[in-house]
Design a protein. Structure first.
Length: 154
């Protein structure tokens, strides 16, 4: 599903190494041909977005989409989402919550904080491939993102 006209950087924030690998493999399997960058928690996500910490001396591509897990150490996805949406520059990045939580309160809170979508991780790899294909089709082929979405975060 390569779309040369609208390639985006997908930034995945998830602390589970198995879920990181499964998501990467599912994106590859679904032929979503975009750059995937992975961070381990909300603190690292915010450092990446602000070009701080270990990301201070790098040229970090601006994400066109953030896939955000809710349950992470140090700073969870709820806190990171609130911080992103409170920032006048970062709030334009679409954030899709991708989590195992099926708690109604988490879903309502995610949307209230400004999430573009709330997706529950499927329990099977095939289900994850189908979900990533749908995410890729929607966000890569159909959604129009501002041209600035391909800039560096610094």
């Amino acid at each position: 599903m390569t779309d040369e006209r609208n390639p985006i950087v997908i930034l995945l924030a998830d602390d589970d190494k198995d879920d990181q690998l499964l998501t990467k493999d599912a994106l590859d399997e679904s032929r979503v041909a975009n750059q995937l960058i992975i961070v381990d928690d909300g603190v690292e996500l915010m450092e990446y977005l602000r070009g701080e910490g270990k990301y201070a001396e790098q040229d970090n591509p601006w994400p066109g989409l953030i896939l955000l897990d809710l349950n992470m150490p140090r700073k969870d996805g709820r806190e990171a989402l609130a911080e992103i949406k409170a920032d006048p520059v970062l709030r334009r990045i679409p954030v899709v919550i991708l989590t195992t939580s099926k708690v109604e309160e988490d879903m309502l809170n995610g949307y209230e904080l400004g999430a573009a979508s709330y997706l529950t991780k499927p329990v099977t790899f095939d289900g994850l491939v189908k979900l990533m294909k749908a995410v890729g089709t929607y966000w890569v082929e159909f959604v129009e993102l501002p041209r600035g979405s391909n800039n560096s975060v610094k």
